[in-house]
Design a protein. Structure first.
Length: 294
């Protein structure tokens, strides 16, 4: 499915040119004039303001918050994104500041992760189309076309999951089961916060191709998104966007156990394996990670 290009003007730092103002003043002025602030955070802190000790990007974000600007935030996924070595922060102090800023972003609003430039471009384009439909040069494709595109991505993902890791799809889901806390092993494999991430089993209604879609039956959400999928549970269904994520390592146990427990082996009772079957390890794990309501 090809989306039409929005008719928008990008104010990027690389386009500022020679100006009398300081770089930081220029950045702040551009945020003031923008309709939407798009923050792309990778693995380097970037330019730092000596007075505050904060990066230009963080100061831009804070100004966007102060001015109640619409904000779209995209953070490179530490597990799936591939960048050259030069793109990574080597100074430990700067790395700590960057990690703290990322934590602030995750706490203050819904963020999205990206793994490749193509993945990032598709997510930004879709979000701009959603929030600023009046800026589209041509009509947005219909809903069925979007489901068809999602089905195509899911088919390819089942064949080559690593190549499409992080790809986003639109789904109509049913929620027949309750939420559960995500296990430590699962959180570690998919780089989400243990103790702040929940999962639930779902059924995919659209796109409707059971051999392809039935393996995508676990939906997870972390941070602020937990409350969103809690509402989906109450409503029993909904339309969402979710990222397709793949881990090369197997995750035998999806449910967390925060509290100690005792059981008698002779009773052959294990709450993580109710039918008493023997677990056969797979070669990896596939999940859906909720990104936003559709």
């Amino acid at each position: 499915m090809l989306r039409k290009r929005p008719d928008v003007k990008v104010h990027g730092m690389e386009e500022f040119g020679a100006r009398a103002e300081t770089p930081l003043e220029t950045c702040m002025a551009e945020v003031e004039q923008a309709d939407v602030y798009v923050g792309i955070v990778g693995f380097r802190l970037g330019s730092v303001d000596r007075a505050s000790g904060k990066s230009f990007t963080q100061l831009e974000f804070e100004r966007a918050v102060e001015r109640t600007k619409r904000r779209l935030i995209y953070i490179a996924d530490e597990k799936t994104a591939t960048f050259p070595a030069i793109a990574f922060e080597k100074d430990t102090r700067s790395q700590s500041k960057l990690n703290a800023f990322k934590s602030t972003l995750r706490e203050q609003q819904v963020i999205q992760t990206f793994s490749t430039p193509t993945d990032l471009a598709e997510k930004i384009q879709r979000d701009i189309q959603r929030d600023f439909p009046q800026q589209l040069r041509e009509p947005v494709p219909d809903l069925q076309a979007e489901f068809d595109h999602s089905l195509s991505v899911m088919r390819d993902f089942r064949l080559t999951p690593k190549r499409l890791n992080g790809a986003e799809v639109r789904l109509s889901i049913g929620v027949p089961h309750s939420l559960y806390p995500a296990s430590r092993a699962l959180c570690q494999q998919f780089n989400v916060d243990y103790g702040s991430t929940v999962g639930m089993y779902v059924t995919i209604k659209q796109p409707d191709e059971k051999p392809t879609t039935q393996v995508f039956n676990e939906l997870y959400a972390t941070g602020r998104n937990v409350e969103v999928i809690r509402r989906l549970k109450l409503e029993k269904s909904g339309e969402i966007y979710a990222s397709l994520l793949f881990s090369e390592a197997d995750v035998a146990k999806s449910h967390a156990e925060f509290f100690g427990r005792r059981y008698f082996p002779e009773q052959e009772y294990d709450p993580s394996d109710d039918d008493g079957s023997v677990y056969v390890p797979s070669e990896g794990k596939i999940i859906l990670l909720f990104t936003k309501p559709a």
